[in-house]
Design a binder for this molecule. Structure first.
Ligand code: H79
Length: 402
């Protein structure tokens, strides 16, 4: 959790059509077309070092790549299927090259793996939204295949984390999830595994979760920022544009939205797994790398307020959110046209100084149990500003102010 910021990569033959990897098969793209795209998948401009450097320069500490998404196509040479990268004209081990580059640049290498598979006849559902279960399918056999593939992945690429998906479908059960969890920990005991081995998760809907029912080490809110939680680790996965897989001219978030997404995540004590979708030729689109560069630029000045911090003590509002570390509370300001900021005072500590990170001191008055900060007309940073409260005691011990 101290790493705070990782890169999610969704990639595969579907990028040749520019439609979504998770639900365009048999919809925007005809089945017969979709299932033959691998024959044309030839990303000759793929360079693992370049991808990893983009992540590193953005301030990301780990990379999680789709080894196999719901469509069943595998980005590594797998002994247990023909439907993999070796069947394409490209014939290179994308996962292997990426794992090696991650090692070289000290970035943690992590693997996404979908538990459903539209391509494998043993899995009972053969497309997105299937209503009927195929009686010819064999879930026991399918689970064996999954275990074989995962053993292959863990043995060959030594991932730091595994990111499962698709466990909401009816053929998958919590029993299978619990069994797979202990199987994987048996293969590598310090492997970190997300909670999509079991049904209980925050996911897309804002439902209250029962942490005792979860199977996995951390929660995975999808396309939304998780709630402030100091007790259970979480990581939000969020796209830089609208689609997971590359889409030409996809509407991307602004640099400010990208940064505020990261800041709000850290303020909730969570991680951000920020998704990019590389193009079918193997490059990450320049519009995406430019945004990531801007995040990296900001983080080089303000990283102390993000990495290795704890969320809170203030609950996030539309105006601000907070992180803390050592004797400091960092107040992240989301607006830049305020003349004043009022915060409830912190109990049992004294604010020694208040100043802008990379800027000047800020005038603070205490009035009726509240801190009143006078904010200048011109703020030091054009994208996102941080007010630092220097305390006389460690900020970590402060209770949350809801
Ligand atoms: O890989 C990306 C998406 O392609 C994949 N997850 C991210 C990381 C994804 N596949 N499908 N979906 C997302 C949408 C699934 C939504 C739902 Fe449900 C499944 C709605 C109802 C069933 C799971 C259970 C989520 C909410 C309840």
């Amino acid at each position: 959790m101290d790493k705070r910021f990782g890169m999610f990569i969704h990639w595969g033959p579907v990028t040749l059509r520019g439609t979504e990897i998770g639900w365009s098969r048999g919809h925007q793209v005809a089945l017969s077309d979709y299932d033959n795209l691998y024959k044309e998948f030839n990303p000759v401009l793929f360079d693992a070092d370049t991808w990893v450097k983009v992540a590193r320069d953005a301030g990301m500490k780990y990379i999680t790549i789709t080894s196999k998404h719901h469509d069943g196509f595998c980005l590594w040479p797998s002994e247990f299927t023909e439907y993999d990268i070796m069947a394409t004209p490209f014939k290179k081990d994308v996962l292997g090259e990426l794992a090696k580059a991650c090692e070289k640049y000290n970035i943690r290498f992590c693997i996404y793996y979908s538990l459903l598979d539209w391509h494998d006849p043993d899995y009972p559902m053969h497309n997105d939204g299937s209503k009927e279960l195929d009686s010819q399918a064999n879930m026991d056999k399918f689970v064996l295949t999954i275990k074989n593939q995962l053993k292959e992945l863990v043995t060959n690429y030594d991932p730091y984390m595994l990111w499962f998906d698709g466990q909401w479908e009816s053929p998958w059960t919590d029993e299978m999830g619990a069994d797979l969890y202990s199987y994987l920990k048996g293969l590598k005991k310090d492997l970190i595994i997300n909670n999509r081995l079991g049904k209980e998760m925050t996911a897309i809907h804002d439902k209250e979760v029962d942490y005792t029912k979860m199977i996995g080490d951390y929660d995975t809110p999808e396309q939304k920022i998780g709630k402030l939680n100091l007790d259970f680790p979480w990581e939000s996965c969020i796209t830089i544009g609208n689609q997971w897989a590359w889409k030409p001219n996809d509407k991307l978030k602004s640099a400010k939205e990208c940064l505020h997404t990261l800041i709000r995540t850290a303020s909730g004590n969570g991680n951000l797994l920020f998704n990019v979708g590389p193009m079918p030729d193997g490059r990450i689109e320049q519009r995406q790398t430019e945004l990531l560069d801007q995040m990296g630029h900001w983080l080089r000045s303000y990283g102390e307020s993000i990495y290795e911090t704890t969320g809170g003590p203030y609950s996030p509002t539309h105006e601000y959110s907070a992180t803390r570390k050592d004797n400091k509370v960092f107040i992240h300001l989301f607006q830049n046209n305020q003349s004043e900021l009022v915060l409830p005072s912190l109990k049992g500590v004294t604010v020694l100084t208040a100043s802008f990170m990379n800027g000047s001191d800020v005038k603070m008055k205490i009035h009726e149990g509240k801190y009143n900060f006078t904010l200048p007309h011109h703020l030091p940073d054009s994208i996102s500003n941080v007010l630092v409260l220097q305390l006389d005691k460690p900020a970590r011990d402060l209770s949350l102010i809801r």
